[in-house]
Ligand binder design. Sequence first.
Ligand code: PMP
Length: 288
Amino acid sequence: MNRTVYLNGDLIAEADAKISVFDRGFLFADAIYEVTAVVEGKLIDYPGHKARLRRSLDALGIPMPVAEEELLALHKEIARRNGIAEGLIYLQISRGVQERDFLFSRDTEPTIVLFTQSKRILHNPKWKTGLALQTVPDGRWSQRQIKTVQLLYSSLMKTDAHSKGYDDVLFVEDGYVTEASSANFHIVTSDGVVVTRELSDALLHGITRSSILDLARQAGLAAEERRFTVDEARSAAEAFVTSATSFVTPVVSLDGQKIGTGDVGPVSQRLLDIYVNNQLAQGLAVAG
Ligand code: PMP
């Protein structure tokens, strides 16, 4: 790999990008992140990701290290430099470098990093086959609305599920579904109502989730925001997940048991088509 990455004001070769061992992102996971997809040279849902970045920083009391216009310019520049027509831009901001201490000081300079990854986003093979999920207890911390880099539980659970032949996990708390390891989870009832858990500290406030809810309602679909049990999910007509890099991906089984017909459902397919068309029309071009 010979990418150009951004670190604290400089666009440099990835091999030259070095961060202190005293960075609180490294020592305490005291850092937040965002992931923005790039498709056909366009930034997908960028305004939503920028707004959530601000909310995550405010929640942890980390100052925003660059001006908003500069942040957008950096997203475009790093995608151009690395020739990313399809893939993602990862942004991370930590509280910065301090002597290791649980008591932190609020006056250090944040560390900011951006890098790109080339990745197939459109024509995802899972859009055709759907995902197989395994339900597991939600063992994450209670402030899941903040997009912190504290992702170890999710990473361990997903890797374990993968070794058993599942694509991902579905977190369950007190009998209710929270979300998947890195995506929001939604069901479609037998009456064709899209149901998604209401926003709270129990789940990440997904940017794709929010766009899909708006687009579903504009398309005349009924959509409800309320919590639902894992049993309701098992007996749903359809299920799907949403995230920045998977858009709308059908879920066809839970713990090896089919959801609905076990095939990709018509509502999930329709929402995926609507989202792709909408974002390709609205996305901010990386060039210019
Ligand atoms: N929940 C979790 C836990 C996630 O990590 C993600 C993706 N980062 C999502 C939901 C989906 O959010 P978004 O649509 O903003 O990518």
